[in-house]
Design a protein. Structure first.
Length: 280
């Protein structure tokens, strides 16, 4: 019986219980995925003690605790350490080990939808936004040897900070949002990682993608709404789009694998999740 869960705030509407319950069923395992909401007036340290006592097999960590959790870990994997954030904890015989599956999960979701495009490491990628999500995604892209990964953000300094994570042969240019908008034709893949376009501001786009190449892909990690304004704009010029909710499923697939050693198949879960989100 797997005891799994999630810490974060607010998490009442989290989709993770649904996702992991599907995974448990698919893997033929029994278990439970419980929400542990830790409000701003609660003691984080005390909840950590409780979780230790409960002997969970593993748990996910979401905002605002992806950094707060780090001092409570016995070990942190290299990727999570470089990114500076943990979204998955494994209880390994009483030792808590921290991982970050966000960037890898995102990339797996994108590769699944566009395998050919992702196999060509010379495709030019532009990341829009430079928050926590961008950090994990940038790390995953450079770790898988993409040659050109530029970052555009409202605050240049945050983008420069992310570029320090660079590995291997990736070349990175830091751009303002205006500079990025003026050279959109140069890019093959756009990855929108900021909160711009999220409900209730569903008409906003971080930059205009009206002038992008028809052959390009626009991916948005925002999933509320699923069909964001930037994706609608991309489609109107004939470009391909990639929806944000798929990242949720694939980062969870990695986490589930860390906890149980089993990689479950996603099947039609992305379509089912889309229906759940659209029904909200
Ligand atoms: P997360 O950790 O979830 O990725 P975050 O750290 O709050 O979220 O990052 C949000 C990103 O959205 C940042 O890149 C932010 O830009 P700044 O670094 O300049 O703050 C970007 N962002 C949020 N609102 C924006 C807006 N109205 N216009 C442009 N960028 C915006």
């Amino acid at each position: 019986m797997y005891q799994l869960g999630l810490i974060g705030y607010p998490i009442k509407h989290s989709l993770s219980p649904w996702i992991h319950e599907q995974f448990l069923k698919k893997a033929n395992l029994s278990g439970r995925y419980t929400l542990f909401e830790i409000g701003p007036n609660e003691s984080f340290a005390q909840v950590m003690e409780e979780l230790k006592r409960k002997e969970l097999d593993g748990f996910n960590v979401t905002v605002p605790y992806k950094q707060t959790i780090i001092p409570y870990l016995d070990e942190i994997d290299t990727e999570a350490e470089s990114i500076g954030a943990v979204n998955t904890v494994l209880n390994d015989n009483g030792r808590w080990i921290g991982y970050n599956t966000d960037g890898k999960g995102y990339l797996r979701a994108l590769e699944n939808k566009f395998p050919k495009l992702l196999a060509d490491k010379t495709n030019k990628i532009l990341i829009l936004g430079a928050g926590g999500a961008a950090r994990g995604i940038y790390y995953a892209l450079t770790a898988s040897d993409f040659e050109y990964v530029d970052i555009a953000n409202r605050t240049i300094e945050s983008a420069s900070h992310i570029a320090k994570l660079k590995m291997g042969k990736t070349k990175t240019e830091i751009l303002s949002l205006i500079e990025a908008e003026n050279k959109v034709k140069e890019y093959d893949i756009f990855i929108q990682t900021s909160s711009v376009g999220m409900n209730p501001n569903h008409e906003d786009t971080i930059i205009s993608v009206n002038d992008i190449k028809k052959t390009s892909i626009v991916s948005d990690i925002v999933y509320q709404p699923i069909d964001t304004a930037i994706l609608r704009q991309a489609r109107s010029v004939g470009a391909a789009v990639h929806f944000g909710h798929t990242m949720l499923i694939y980062q969870a697939q990695y986490a589930f694998e860390i906890w149980t050693g089993k990689r479950v198949s996603i099947g039609s879960m992305d379509k089912e999740l889309q229906l759940i989100l659209e029904g909200r």
